[in-house]
Design a protein around this ligand. Structure first.
Ligand SMILES: Nc1ncnc2c1ncn2[C@@H]1O[C@H](COP(=O)(O)OP(=O)(O)OP(=O)(O)O)[C@@H](O)[C@H]1O
Length: 270
């Protein structure tokens, strides 16, 4: 559905610092693709490049990101490329950046932030009816309607993260990019949110790209895994195969450094 072809991305104009180096990968329909790698390996930068988030000074120095999207109203499949990110692109892809507190505006109630984040077609029409739809949707995430009237600091980290996941899923996107959605949460909350994300992916039959430095997370829920190291993908394949037989030295080190792989893989998907 999305093809990333020899993409090189970095920051700065006068002194360009390369963060992602000639990365090629495909995001298939109806799959959970994991991106693993240590801090600074380029995972977040790759997500920004795929989504087209240039707010951090990111610059694409080479390569293309191509998406084939079906317009749900007309059924027409259109190809769009990273050089002309447009409405179609952002209508089909939801992006959950790292750090719920920095993503949500502390001075704005949650309802306004949810509504502002929706495409225009969703915002048109009766506001009370839209609020009711959002409240009903949040309920499915274990969030009471009163969350809409709260400011972000009044919610726990887990609740804020659930709000972000809910916002991302509300518009029925073909692809959700989630950057460390459970980092900094305790393991119980982390598991709940991961289960929720798997459930959404199953229901929408869309694609989910999950960035995490935590290999345990990938082991539990991803179908395929790409391992990044110093801006490059050093290994990619079915997650189970990589864990059973890691080929690259860096992947071997990552897996060996896991304290213990416990629990049953894919219990979340059983
Ligand atoms: N806004 C920015 N401006 C300049 N350099 C940046 C910026 N964001 C990231 N970098 C640099 O790009 C490289 C890759 O960072 P990136 O955040 O993509 O890695 P990451 O694997 O997602 O790490 P983390 O999990 O810590 O976010 C790093 O060297 C980082 O210092």
């Amino acid at each position: 559905m999305i093809t990333v072809d020899t993409v090189t991305v970095g920051y700065g104009t006068t002194a360009f610092v390369k963060a992602v180096d000639a990365v090629t990968l495909t995001i298939n329909d109806n799959e959970i693709l994991g991106i693993a790698g240590e801090s600074g390996s380029g995972k977040s930068t790759l997500m920004r490049a795929i989504y087209g988030d240039f707010s951090t000074g990111l610059r694409i120095a080479g390569g293309t990101v191509t998406g084939r999207f079906e317009d749900e109203r007309t059924g027409v499949v259109t190809e769009a490329q990273s050089r002309d990110f447009g409405k179609l692109w952002w209508d089909q892809i939801s992006y959950i950046p790292q750090g719920s507190m920095s993503v949500l505006n502390p001075l704005m109630r949650v309802e306004k932030q949810v509504v502002d984040g929706l495409p225009k077609r969703e915002r048109e029409g009766d506001r009370a009816a839209l609020r009711a739809r959002i409240a009903k949707f949040l309920e499915g995430f274990g969030l009471h309607e009163s969350v809409l009237d709260a400011y972000p600091h009044q919610l726990s980290g887990g609740m804020r993260q659930r709000v972000l996941v809910a916002i991302a899923a509300f518009v029925n996107p073909r692809l959700i990019l989630a950057d460390e959605p459970t980092t900094a949460l305790d393991v119980v909350v982390q598991k709940k949110i991961l289960l929720m994300m798997v459930e959404i992916q199953r229901r929408l039959r869309n694609s989910l790209v999950l960035v995490s430095h935590d290999l345990g997370v990938h082991y539990q829920i991803t179908d395929r895994l790409a391992v990044m190291h110093r801006g490059k993908i050093v290994e990619m394949g079915p997650t189970a195969e990589i864990f059973a037989n890691p080929k690259h030295e860096y992947t071997q080190t990552l897996i060996a450094s896991l304290p213990r792989i416990d629990g049953e893989r894919r219990e979340a998907r059983a």
